[in-house]
Design a binder for this molecule. Structure first.
Ligand code: OSB
Ligand code: MG
Length: 417
């Protein structure tokens, strides 16, 4: 990987999309394309309700029914999609489905609607007056990346600077009632080809599960995710994990902490991976320089969209810190964006991006995301998301929607379709 010159990420500087095209010499339709602005003509915010195939338990609770916001952007007769990855409650981070609805309607849409931008890389600056609410902002920016990819006729992964043709997949397994239940699920996922197993843990549901998994599967790539369930005072307990050859322990301490993670990392051998604590490239730099982690989980929503995700990836790559893509129980739309992101050169570890059928009876994209027997997802090579959006299915699942038009920034409200 090192030394190979990757295509310059389109998101680092505005004209880069142009030079990417110029370098590859492909997809150039006409010189005038280069200067065409993207006008945000309309935005549609929808809430869909979807039921997970099976419940998912973390240290902050159990989830079955998902309430997910989708953002559709319409520019120059193209339509692009993004997903808000916020949870139903403020338990992973402060955003929720409802706060996101409110922030999108009151602040994000009014700032964006009718604007002419050079490309999606302009969105962070456009939305900079809004502090926080990264997942809400990411849905808009990512929808515009979908459009940009279609407009340029360049696959999204390539547009972002991605080089991988396939990405490595792992699974994230919720907390189980007992170790036996966990072992049988691990067996099933390994048989499906997944390359890495992540176990959710919390105090009282940790060592016994880890020890059983390691004993039964001595060679498997194994890691744990605590979702902030521990305190620095429990360092001696967390040191016991060192005996099980874990790839990493994800976010053991507070969701907004970096400093104590540095103290903990100096006391344990297992590499710490930060998830919740990293909201942008500057957090990533601080965490790495403080020695608070040796690995970073990049979630597109948590860092505010593709532009910032690329920056985090680059900071980590320069410092030889491996990254991987986390998941937020997304539908196919969020998943397609995660796949494109995971093709970037810094993503050297298997992510939590797995097949649609692990989560949903029926996804909202087609084809559904599938995992090969060797535990990979083939990165799509068609422009846009690389999957088609099942509009009819989305309409069936929609419980509320709000449309914003450029003309008069008028807001019209419609109930379920
Ligand atoms: O911490 O990675 C996490 C799901 C919800 C909230 C937080 C997390 C998760 C997962 C699920 O681990 C990953 C997936 O989408 O499979
Ligand atoms: Mg996590």
């Amino acid at each position: 990987m090192a030394g190979r010159s990757a295509p310059r990420p389109a998101v680092q500087q505005r004209p880069a999309t142009k030079s990417t095209k110029a370098e590859t010499g492909r997809n150039i339709r006409s010189a005038s394309d280069w200067w065409q602005l993207l006008k945000i003509d309309a935005l549609i915010l929808r809430e869909i309700h979807v039921r997970l195939k099976s419940s998912f338990e973390t240290s902050f609770g159990k989830i079955w029914e998902r309430r997910i916001l989708l953002v559709e952007a319409c520019c120059d007769r193209l339509s692009g999609w993004g997903e808000v990855t916020a949870g139903e409650g403020p338990f992973y981070n402060p955003e929720t489905t409802d706060t996101s609805w409110s922030i999108f309607c009151s602040f994000v849409a009014p700032l964006a609607i009718g604007k002419n931008i050079e490309g999606p890389g302009d969105v962070p600056a456009l939305l900079a007056p809004i502090r926080g609410h990264e997942m809400t902002k990411a849905a808009l920016e990512n929808a515009l990346w979908d459009i940009e990819s279609q407009r340029l006729g360049t696959p999204l992964a390539l547009l972002l600077g991605g080089t991988a043709r396939e990405i490595a997949c792992g699974v994230s397994l919720g907390i189980q009632t007992n170790p036996e239940a966990l072992l049988s699920i691990i067996e099933r996922e390994l048989a499906a080809g997944y390359q890495r197993i992540k176990i959710k843990i919390k105090p009282g549901k940790d060592l016994e599960f880890i020890a059983a998994a390691r004993k039964c599967f001595p060679a498997v790539k194994l890691m744990v995710d605590a979702n902030s369930a521990y305190h620095l005072e429990q360092a001696a307990h967390l040191r016991e994990f060192d005996a099980y050859d874990l790839m990493m322990i994800e976010q053991p301490l507070a969701w907004d902490d970096i400093f104590d993670h540095a103290k903990l990392q100096s006391q344990i051998r297992t590499p710490i991976c930060l998830d919740e604590s990293i909201h942008n490239a500057s957090h990533a730099r601080a965490a790495i320089e403080l020695g608070a982690c040796r690995i970073i989980n990049i979630k597109l929503g948590r860092v505010g969209g593709h532009s910032e995700a690329c920056r985090v990836q680059e900071i980590c790559r320069q410092r030889s810190i491996p990254v991987w893509s986390g998941g937020m129980l997304e539908t196919g739309i969020g998943r397609a964006h995660n796949i494109a992101m995971s093709s970037l050169p810094g993503f050297t570890l298997p992510g939590d991006v797995s097949a649609s059928k692990r989560y949903w009876d029926e996804d909202i994209i087609e084809p559904e995301v599938e995992v090969t027997p060797k535990g990979t997802i083939v990165v799509p090579t068609t422009p846009g998301l690389g999957y088609s959006v099942r509009r009819k299915r989305i309409e069936q699942l929609t419980v509320r929607q709000q449309v914003f038009h450029a003309k008069d920034s008028e807001v019209s409200v419609k109930g379920a379709a």
